[in-house]
Design a protein around this ligand. Structure first.
Ligand code: PGA
Length: 273
């Protein structure tokens, strides 16, 4: 059965919200409301709140992982205001790479994103690589081509073998988040069928890049206006392994609902696997 053994993951992207003074408490509340067997939970606060969230979770719920929202593509140097992957040691174990807001606001290219991905993998951070098309791409029905190019661009920059070393990528626990730009923060989510079609396109690009059958093992999340109300539509799709949640991830009630639904899928996969 497709996806029978893949992990079920809910990742919270807090974006530019929370301060070191309030982030720990919010993380603690969300952790307490989302203790559901079989679901991998990740909270990605702003850099400055990583330590507060780490400390709060270490005390209360070490099963919740902490992630950064970005990482620099160089190891050190004259890059004012930036954070390199080795600096995240002890603060985060996951990292989001290539979010569309950074592609938009920080001019991140696929090549740069690939280099970030490489730094994350070298530093032992578990990466969530974000891909997704703009509305005009979807209207022109070129969403598959856009995401294919994003993946090839990023993996091409990984060096080693063409498209990155599949064994290293697999060992790093790479997760891909399909986030259509038109669905992010807009209240307009894609459909479960759209997400499944794109997951198929992503896995076929990965297979083509040399990941072969292992491409089927890479978890794919959906992101874009996920809520406790629409999450069921995505978890009804065997090709989708979880969600990257923005706005709703700041609301404990919403996170409780989303992770509870994730738990249903995790239990079904556990039983099937
Ligand atoms: P949203 O953001 O849930 O607020 O649409 C998702 C994301 O950008 O990761």
């Amino acid at each position: 059965m497709i996806g029978a053994m893949r992990e079920v993951i809910v990742a919270a992207n807090w974006k530019m919200h929370t301060t070191p003074a309030d982030a720990g408490e919010l993380a603690r509340t969300i952790a307490a409301r989302t203790r559901v067997a079989g679901v991998v939970r990740v909270i990605c606060p702003p850099y400055v709140s990583l330590a507060a969230v780490r400390d709060a979770l270490a005390e209360d719920d070490p099963d919740v992982a902490v992630g950064a929202q970005n990482v620099h593509h160089e190891l050190q140097g004259a890059y004012t205001g930036e954070i390199a992957a080795p600096m995240l040691a002890g603060l985060a174990t996951w990292v989001i790479v290539g979010h569309s807001e950074r592609r938009r606001d920080a001019g991140e290219t696929d090549d740069l994103i690939g280099r970030k991905l490489g730094r994350a993998i070298d530093a032992g951070l578990r990466p969530i690589l974000c891909v997704g098309e703009h509305l005009e791409d979807r209207e022109a029905r070129r969403q598959d081509a856009v995401v294919d190019a994003q993946l090839r661009g990023a993996f091409g920059a990984l060096g080693a073998l063409e498209g990155g070393d599949p064994a290293a990528i697999r060992a790093a626990g790479l997760v891909i988040a399909y986030e259509p730009v038109w669905a992010i923060g807009t209240g307009r989510n894609a459909s479960g069928a759209d997400a499944t079609a794109m997951a198929g396109a992503i896995r076929s690009t990965l297979a083509d890049l040399g990941h072969g059958p292992a491409a089927d093992d890479i978890p794919i999340l959906y992101g874009g206006s996920v809520t406790s109300v629409n999450i069921g539509e995505f978890f009804a799709e065997p090709a989708i392994d979880g969600a990257l949640v923005g706005g709703a991830s700041l609301k404990p009630d919403e996170m409780a609902g989303i992770v509870a639904r994730a738990g249903v899928t995790a239990a079904a996969r556990g039983a099937a696997g």
